[in-house]
Design a protein around this ligand. Sequence first.
Ligand SMILES: Cc1ncc(COP(=O)(O)O)c(C=O)c1O
Length: 398
Amino acid sequence: MGKFYDSVPVSAIVRIRDMMYTVKDPFRLDQGDVSFDAPDTFKAAVAQAMKDNRTHYLPTSGIPQLRKAVAEKMRKKNGIPIGSDDEVLITNGGTHGLYAVMHALLEPGDEMIVPGPEWPPTMAICQAAQGVPVQVPLREELGWRWNIDEVEQAITPKTRVLYLNSPNNPTGGILTRADIERLAAIAKERNLWVISDEAYEDLLFTGEHVSIASLPGMYERTIPVYTMSKSYAITGVRVGYFAIRDKALLARALKIVLYTTSNVSSIAQYGAVGALEGSQDCITEFRDELKARRDLFYKGLEEAAPGVFSGTPPDGAFYAFVKINAAWARDAGIVGESLSWAMADHLIKHARIGCVPGVDFSADCEGYMRFCTGRSREELTGALASMKATFAATARTA
Ligand SMILES: Cc1ncc(COP(=O)(O)O)c(C=O)c1O
């Protein structure tokens, strides 16, 4: 098992994050982190927990107040029929939740259907759990949604799990209610588990977010996985959660949480209770601002990189997933074995802009780039100016 981990890939997002620490005055459009400050409700609850000396070991499953708050949130906001609060486990962010869930569910060689493109740790964690991620392409012409016939065709006798991520990272693509209903019917018919990663549930600029576990008879076979990272701008704090109805699976997942963390940080958990029980205004404020930033970035790209990148502004999440004009890149001398890596290298070295090559999200997305548009307007504007100057110079010297 030790050596086996050598074959588990490291996401380019992590490699680029390390590269960015060596860049002076960088524009951090690489990682999926919003620039907002955490809400005061969260900060006050953390301060109070400190004052009350809440610094000791806790139950592995999470503090009862937080389990109760998230169970209530999943019932009311997501429409999921959570029975007892005991069905909920608190995790060290969404990444840890996915780790526990995939390790609890997958047997060696089990296939998991995943969107292509998808946030790379999803595939890596699946591989770490000795599963096999099978990417089914999201179609750009469908607004980066699946053609669900293609999902059906990808199911084999080894398929165990259908992994959903709507809104999707990196494309912002959103599955419609009709899509989700059809996927639910397929999961039932083919006896599949569903892992529903709803990290961006609060970041839809139009339309509705549908939790598949809210559909009749679906919670029994669905594990909804959430994180507080994006909705409350606390990516570094590390609080996430999931719910499982099946008792044996829940006990197994609890054991994985136990031996990977013992308990999630006490201070973080008390802070999370404050964030969930306090005003939820920050969620709408963040969403409105993220929409404005999305528009600023796409408009800015037209001026900074005319004809270089193309794509439609997404209706969800906070990324620009754009196609590189390969002919322009070739003429500008931005070439290499991988076009998207050559472009990322160029932008990091010459424009100090962190960005992630599309190929990291799926082999099919070679030739695309991801920029995080959740950064401050100042940082986005600075990045666009730097891109404009760099591309103008690139074109002159080419
Ligand atoms: C699709 C998706 N799922 C889960 C996560 C996990 O988030 P975290 O571990 O920060 O809570 C992320 C983070 O970028 C994500 O994009």
